[in-house]
Design a protein around this ligand. Structure first.
Ligand SMILES: [Cu+2]
Length: 191
C-alpha cells in the first residue's frame, strides 16, 4: 500500500501531463473522424465528381442532354482548388474538341469565347454555370443522354509547375435543383 502510494507520487507529475496529451490526441483523432462523416453527409446534397485526393475537388458536374444531330453541348460543374494554379484545359471522349468558354455581355450582346486558362487560388471555388464559365463540347461523337454519365478530364497546372488531369464524372440532366433555372429550354426529349 505504501509502495503503491510512493509510485503514485513518483510518477504522478509525469503520468498526468502525458495522459493529458494522449487524451488530447485521441480527442483530436475523433474530431477528425466526425469531420469526415460530415463531409460524406454533404455528399447527399453535392454529388462529388472527382477523386478525393485530386488537386481539384469537383462537385455537381452535369451537362445539357442533346437531341438528335446536335453536335455541341455545354457542361457545368463546381470546382474547388486545393492548390494555387491554373485550369488549362479539358478533354472528353465524347467530343472531338473540348474547350473552356466564358459567356459575357458585350454591350447588349451575350458572347462566348474560349479561354486559355482560369487561374485558381488554393481554397477558392469556381462555378461553371449557364451564363458564365462552361465546358464547351464540340464535334460530339455520341449523344449526351440524360442520366448517362460520361467523363471530362480537367487539366490543372499548379503554381509549382506540377501537372495533373482530374477525371470528372458528368451526369447529363437539368443540373443541381438549387439555383438552376430549369424550364428555359423545352424538354428535348419531347419532340
Ligand atoms: Cu461555349
Amino acid at each position: 500500500m505504501n509502495l503503491l502510494k510512493l509510485k503514485g507520487n513518483l510518477f504522478g507529475p509525469f503520468v498526468g501531463p502525458f495522459f493529458g496529451l494522449l487524451l488530447g490526441v485521441v480527442v483530436l483523432g475523433m474530431a477528425g473522424c466526425s469531420k469526415h462523416e460530415d463531409q460524406s453527409a454533404a455528399k447527399a446534397v453535392e454529388v462529388v465528381s472527382s477523386p478525393a485526393d485530386a488537386a481539384l475537388k469537383v462537385v455537381n458536374a452535369w451537362a445539357r442532354p442533346t437531341v438528335a444531330e446536335q453536335m455541341a453541348t455545354g457542361a457545368y460543374m463546381k470546382i474547388t482548388s486545393n492548390k494555387d494554379g491554373m485550369i488549362v484545359g479539358v478533354t472528353s471522349p465524347v467530343a472531338e474538341v473540348a474547350e473552356i468558354h466564358e459567356m459575357k455581355m458585350e454591350g447588349d450582346v451575350m458572347r462566348m469565347r474560349a479561354l486559355e486558362s482560369i487561374p485558381v487560388k488554393a481554397g477558392s471555388t469556381i462555378e461553371l454555370a449557364p451564363g458564365g464559365y462552361h465546358v464547351m463540347l464540340m464535334g460530339l461523337n455520341q449523344a449526351v443522354n440524360e442520366g448517362k454519365a460520361f467523363e471530362i478530364k480537367v487539366q490543372f497546372v499548379g503554381s509549382d509547375g506540377g501537372k495533373s488531369e482530374i477525371p470528372v464524372s458528368v451526369i447529363p440532366g437539368k443540373g443541381p435543383a438549387s439555383g438552376e433555372k430549369s424550364g428555359t429550354h423545352s424538354d428535348p426529349h419531347k419532340h
